[in-house]
Design a protein around this ligand. Sequence first.
Ligand code: RET
Length: 251
Amino acid sequence: LPEYQTSTETGNRTLWVVMVIMLVASIVFTGMAWNIPVSKRLYHIVTTMITIFATLSYFAMAAGHGIGYHHVVERESHKHVPDTTKDVYRQVYWARYVDWSLTTPLLLLDLCLLAGLNGGNIFIAIVADVIMILTGLFAAFGSEDTAQKWGWYAIACIAYLVVIWQLAYHGRATAMAKGGKVGKFFAAIGGFTLVIWTVYPIIWGIADGSRNMNVDQEIIAYAVLDVLAKPIFGAWLLFTHQSMPETNIDI
Ligand code: RET
């Protein structure tokens, strides 16, 4: 008999709660944008788009859309009889990957603008980030074979290292060059981002990768991370920007 790994009421309620948090953040960030001149709103616009995309993606997932089933054949060993196999179907929320492929480049754009990175470095960071998310999607769905799955995962991790290199090395240098205040703020919010983002592949490995976490636990883990990475990150960036003119940007 096949085994179905699906979310329950707990996971579903969590998805609705996060959707409301993302919606409230979008409204608050929009209100903040209205209070400053149009020419100075780039951080606000980018950040609001991030939470709007997240609102839509959480709405889809909570409503039961954007979900697929990943089929795996698990081998079961027995003591005195030959091994048998079991078909496992696990819910995978592909809506997340649609969300991440749009919102993680925008989050990086916020950080790149803050750091004052040049166009070339910004472009490398964003393209590497998109490669990370899409190869992560292949890891989640593309293959039933474990070795291939972890192969895609490894490629995604290499792309992630490229992102980190652009931000932590080049970004930190240009942020420091903008002066101590911006340098310190970039180090703080960039360090926060690095820690939060690095937990995503860990959760993925435990949940989707090795199925040691059930679907509800996975939803809750990503919910906490998403709230930190989007509304909390965004509020920190926008409030600091308003009180620190050195973070102003020319574009
Ligand atoms: C995957 C799996 C493959 C390996 C790696 C991953 C990294 C994902 C990251 C996601 C960040 C998401 C954010 C969402 C916004 O709220 C795709 C999980 C490295 C870093 C910040």
